[in-house]
Design a protein around this ligand. Structure first.
Ligand code: FAD
Ligand code: UDP
Length: 377
């Protein structure tokens, strides 16, 4: 133990994945822990709420995927993960296409049946644009999958999601999506994928079992009193908030969710994720939560369904911070806050808000594992 004078070795601010994984690993090493969260529930953004037997992803659809066996074994040691494979469907003006871009999509768009025919079609469309070195998302998309798919499945969706034209967005955003010349609708290339049985809340509950947790407590409302309780602090909230926004606000992209319980509707859209890729539909996608955990006959065993429409919004201070905006302005601002954070001896900054990075769940787990190793081994 570090200091017998204080009640806890660590105060962990935030019960999201970073906080929960850190708590589990530190407790295993014998440290005493106090976890707090300003929300009235644990889990941060992976929190799932059970509504009529359906685990609703309250802060947006979360699909766990990783190629890291250590991380996969770690999460499976708390709860079993199911065989869910993400294969979203795109609805463009009433016509359906498979995602990510694969032989099914190419067949639906052009009627082509072989990889050779699909490649020839893309080449033919690409040629018209003479793109050597793609400079923005539009050029990158056209050179990857041609004009037709760009116009139908990317242009409108991306514009809605980012609130900017594809010509004004960086090329790398679209490179996240696989392009395959096989009939494979799996959205991810990772080796392992699934959803925790019983939802993510069950996963977090097991991780923090035996730790003291205080909910509905905002760290900044009683910072001095809380700091006095623990030898060290692990902070997983917004980094600019920690330093009282002294250099200004970091920006985020936010999403609002319109969630509806449809009683007596067994199966609303036949898939967990349907993207609306035209520019006119105001939402980007509809999530039907039961399909994350119910397959085959289990779908009709549950007579109701819950859906969420997602609207992408420009972020204002006070809104829920979702995706960091990694442009030059925000990166420079983050660097200034990071310098202040590095000078804090007793505080560790971790997770997607404190590091201002778009981390997937498996990445956050890796970061927390690394942090505990660095701090305690
Ligand atoms: P968070 O989950 O945000 O936890 C931080 C916690 O700190 C929160 O509970 C917050 O209430 C608390 N807190 C903050 N400030 C204070 C304070 N002052 N006092 C007390 N408590 C405080 N990843 C995937 O791998 N697959 C996906 O499909 C996926 N989908 C996503 C969809 C959306 C819409 C979003 C936004 C993210 C998605 N992610 C996905 C990423 C995933 O959500 C994150 O990797 C993960 O939740 C980050 O965990 P965290 O602990 O860093 O942060
Ligand atoms: N995208 C698209 N059409 C779709 C799905 C995704 O144009 O039907 C684009 C969009 O610009 C998005 C990018 O592909 O930002 C990456 O997709 P991903 O699903 O990873 O987006 P995220 O929601 O994680 O930002």
């Amino acid at each position: 133990m570090i200091d017998m004078g204080k009640k806890y070795d660590f105060l962990i601010v935030g019960t999201g994945l970073f906080g929960a994984v850190s708590a589990y690993l530190l407790k295993k090493k014998g440290y005493s822990i106090l976890l707090i969260d300003k929300r009235d529930h644990i889990g941060g953004n992976v929190y799932t709420k059970n509504v009529k037997g359906i685990n609703v992803h309250q802060y947006g659809a979360h699909i766990f995927h990783t190629s890291n066996k250590e991380v996969w074994d770690f999460v499976n040691s708390f709860v079993e993960f199911n065989r869910y494979t993400n294969s979203p469907v795109a609805n463009y003006k009433g016509k359906l296409y498979n995602l990510p871009f694969n032989m099914n999509t190419f067949y639906q768009m052009w009627g082509v049946k072989t990889p050779e025919e699909a490649k020839a079609k893309i080449e033919e469309q690409k040629k018209e644009y003479h793109i050597e070195d793609p400079k923005n998302l539009e050029e990158q998309a056209i050179s990857l999958i041609g004009k037709d798919i760009y116009e139908a499945l990317i242009k409108g969706y991306t514009q809605k999601q980012w609130g900017r034209k594809c010509t004004e967005l960086p090329a790398f955003i679209i490179k996240r999506l696989p392009v395959r010349f096989t009939f494979d609708n799996n959205y991810f290339n990772d080796k392992y994928q699934g959803i925790p049985e019983g939802g993510y809340t069950a996963l977090i509950e097991r991780m923090i079992e035996g730790c003291e947790v205080r909910l509905g407590v905002d760290y900044f409302d009683q910072k001095d009193a809380l700091d006095a309780l623990a030898e060290r602090v692990i902070y997983t909230g917004e980094i600019d908030r920690y330093f009282n926004y002294q250099y200004g606000h970091l920006q985020y992209r936010t999403v609002s969710f319109e969630t509806e319980l449809l009683e007596g509707v067994e199966n609303y859209q036949g898939n967990a994720v349907v993207n609306y890729t035209d520019a006119e539909t105001p939402y980007t996608r509809i999530i039907e939560h039961k399909h994350f955990e119910m397959f085959g006959a289990a779908i009709s065993d549950c007579p109701d369904t819950v859906i969420s429409r997602e609207y992408s919004k420009e972020w204002q201070p006070g809104d829920e911070p979702y995706y960091p905006v990694n442009d030059d302005k925000n990166s420079e601002l983050y660097a200034k806050y990071k310098a202040l954070a590095d000078a804090q001896e007793k505080v560790i900054f971790g997770g997607r808000l404190a590091e201002y990075k778009y981390y997937d769940m498996h990445k956050v787990i890796e970061q927390a594992m690394e942090m505990v190793k660095e701090q305690c081994d």
